[in-house]
Design a protein around this ligand. Sequence first.
Ligand code: SF4
Length: 366
Amino acid sequence: MARRLASCPGPAVEIPDAARARRFARDLLDWHAVHGRHDLPWQLDPTPYRVWISEIMLQQTQVSAAIPYYRRFLRRFPSLERLAAADVDDVMHQWSGLGYYARARNLHRAAGIVMREFGGKFPDNLDAIMSLPGIGRSTAGAILAFCHGQRHPILDGNVKRVLARCFAVPGYPGDAPVANVLWELSDRLTPEKGVAQYTQAIMDLGATVCTRSRPDCDACPLVTDCLAFEQGDPAAYPGRRAKPERPLREVQMLLIEDAAGNVLLEKRPPTGIWGGLWSLPEAPAGKRRPACPLPGVRMLAAGPDPEPLRHGFTHFELLIRPRRYRLTGPVDGVMDGDSHLWYNPLEPQPVGLPAAIRRLLSGVHG
Ligand code: SF4
């Protein structure tokens, strides 16, 4: 019978006793031995640094999409020392295309902190790891499980989905009472032994079998105990957040070319949308004659303008109206290379660009 967990307020669920928890772990481990993923690049030599990079990449990116980025990132920054010593622009460049750029900034900051405050050694306890920017409880737990065999529950998106379905946990996991119940379940189910394999197994099951829209219950080792399967509608779990309509914002982006066909880029402030990346100069929507951002320089409209572009952010939708301009003469004086640069779309410099800007630039001479 469903009941409330004594340790946390939240939805009533069926509490697994010790025997059920053992069966859950054993079924997962048996399944994983045959069907799990065993040769992912970060599994071959699971050092804290390599596992940390992979866990951060996988927060918002599927394994197949993350692998080429992971390999490139590790080639460029093969060690924590190299990452800490790197220019943040270079880190952003390696991250270009993966999105959620705060992750890359936090990796770079955290590497610096490990070098300064932990003597260059990635910490091996939960609180210390969670004190680093960009690392939450689940990521810290996964690093410790994979690299040190320490027993910590995890609760990434895949695990939330498996647990919400198996135990028919109602509600949206982003709400604290629901999250508390899921954490409690994850803790009760995590075994003392074989924690690294178990952690990988439950992640893999969520990624490959208990998928978001079409769970393959026939192939699932947990099917006999799964309450969502028994109810006949696994996809009803986990509950979704009521979605407010995303507001639409509009902006003009200026494709300003010099005589050689180079395009003017501006560096965005370190925080906020596309923080620290290079982008096009902007002007308010509807402004008819925007000024050139370089002082004392004039420009002329040089259409035809490219088609408008829509880009979705978490909290709003951005409608970008690109406008083409060309300079009327040479640029006098020295340009501040930290805030502006001339970008050659035919021979691109290695700078961090948001995907939407990359798309606009690829059409300049295309
Ligand atoms: S039986 Fe289906 S819904 Fe339940 S955990 Fe397995 S795949 Fe997910």
